[in-house]
Design a protein around this ligand. Structure first.
Ligand code: IMP
Length: 438
């Protein structure tokens, strides 16, 4: 009864959507276990861009898709997504998509509170996506949240939404925000959302457990990234949910022993949206930063959810080793190797100088004091685009591009199983052996 778990190893946006799409060819079910519409998983199919915020990326491979109990679901956004895919002829019926009855519901007032809390932090905002994620998880912890199961009785759900929204409106007033009329009327719409979503709501823990017993393959799709995990990330500049591999079983209501393999996805460089420390960050307008951001090209480094240009920097190996350990990685997938092509040299951060000492691995307080870490770099020669060959017949990585992957493997002590070298579904090169040897 195997479940493979796919996690992001950096600050989200590692290109997980495309890798889930690729790996889900061998899966029967793709299940998301945490986060909400703060995610933006992008898949390019025949040059067309598809972005999923709530629906698992396995949808485009025609797989069964599950939204797990650990998620926070914005019904308005979900229906928008369902309707958008339906218009493209993709099956989005309750036979293809299931929502856990235990997942929590995001309301428009959660989104407004997210904005108000950010405003209240003055000069030290988190830089959230303002999708209401933090306030919804906070309501879950305060035990006043709304769960998906409540939608099965749409009229009662409408009243419960009204009650919680009025509590939120009081809180917003304390921030000096006088909510507009749309908020007052907003709860009505939730009755309609509930009517439409009720058929999708199931006990997904039972469903997934039975599927595993029957021998199905499940791919658990992580959202955000390890460094945004609420406990193990760069707190407080993190999201409000658990993003690491061990939370997959919890968020899906499964026996943790069902995890067969943990696959981690990392970009060949660092990116970050929102605030918080990033030791290898490059000056925003530098030539290399613009190159890494692929400005004006497909796959440009802009937040898929917010459209914000991403901060970029060189690959940070101490952070990658930390993420590999925290997740118990079995395999490493590298993305965007092609983006580094054409640079004269590439840098990797091998260690940090911290409190006068050179450190290779993050221990103790270092993750909380990341801003005081000074990266120690190693430079290596860059490579031309033709070192990466990704045709129908031949797929290989040569020369300095190949050496770069091997350097990462050695530094992490982990085989690279897959390298993504372009935006399209087929721009993927598989390792020929156990390790990425050429
Ligand atoms: P929140 O999850 O909207 O509360 O945002 C908290 C932090 O996580 C902010 O820095 C966001 O930019 C970041 N974040 C949340 N979701 C994602 C994601 O899917 N990709 C990248 N960053 C994210």
């Amino acid at each position: 009864m195997p479940m493979d778990v796919l996690v992001g190893l950096q600050w989200g946006d590692e290109g997980k959507g495309k890798i889930v799409d690729y790996l889900s060819q061998d899966a029967d079910i793709v299940a998301r276990w945490g986060g909400g519409a703060n995610a933006g998983h992008t898949v390019y199919l025949d040059g067309k861009k598809h972005v999923m915020h709530l629906l698992p990326s396995g949808l485009l491979q025609g797989k069964m898709c599950v939204l797990g109990a650990g998620m926070v679901i914005d019904p308005e956004q979900l229906l928008k997504e369902i309707d958008g895919f339906a218009a493209q002829g993709i099956d989005v019926s309750p036979g293809r998509i299931m929502i856990s009855s235990l997942a929590h519901i995001v309301l428009p007032t959660h989104r407004a509170l997210d904005g108000a809390h950010e405003g209240g932090r003055g000069k030290v905002p988190i830089g959230t996506t303002k999708r209401g994620i933090g306030p919804t998880y906070a309501d879950r912890a305060r035990r006043r949240g709304l769960r998906a199961v409540m939608m099965k009785d749409p009229v009662k759900f409408g009243q419960q939404v009204r009650q919680l929204m009025s509590e939120h409106l009081d809180e917003l007033r304390r921030f000096g925000i006088e909510p507009n009329l749309n908020f007052h009327a907003g709860w009505h719409k939730h009755e309609e959302y509930a009517n439409r979503l009720a058929p999708y709501i199931k006990d997904t823990s039972v469903y997934l457990s039975n599927c595993l017993l029957a021998g199905a393959n499940i791919l658990a799709e992580g959202a955000q990234g390890t460094l945004l995990d609420v406990d193990y990330g760069t707190y407080p500049y993190v999201t409000s949910s658990s993003t690491i591999a061990s939370s997959a079983a919890l968020g899906l209501g499964l026996d943790s022993r069902c995890i067969r393999k943990v696959i981690g996805v990392a970009k060949c460089f660092q990116t970050r949206v929102g605030e918080g420390p990033m030791p290898t960050e490059l000056p925003f307008d530098s030539v290399v930063a613009k190159h890494l951001r692929s400005e004006g090209k497909p796959g440009e480094e802009k937040g898929a959810t917010t459209g914000r240009p991403r901060r970029v920097g060189w690959l940070d190996l101490p952070l990658l080793r930390y993420a590999a350990r925290i997740n118990g990685l079995d395999e490493l997938v590298l993305t965007k190797l092609d983006v580094l092509s054409g640079l004269e040299f590439v840098r990797t951060c091998e260690s940090y100088k911290y409190n006068g000492e050179e450190i290779f691995d993050l221990q103790g307080e270092v993750i909380t004091n990341l801003k005081d870490c000074v990266p120690q770099y190693q430079d290596s020669l860059g490579w031309p685009a033709y070192d990466i060959v990704c045709g129908k017949e031949l797929k290989e990585v040569r020369g300095n591009a190949g050496s770069y992957i091997q350097r990462v493997e050695r530094a992490i002590g982990m085989p690279v199983s897959l390298v993504s070298v372009g935006v399209d579904r087929n721009d993927v090169i598989k390792s020929k052996g156990n390790w990425f040897l050429f």
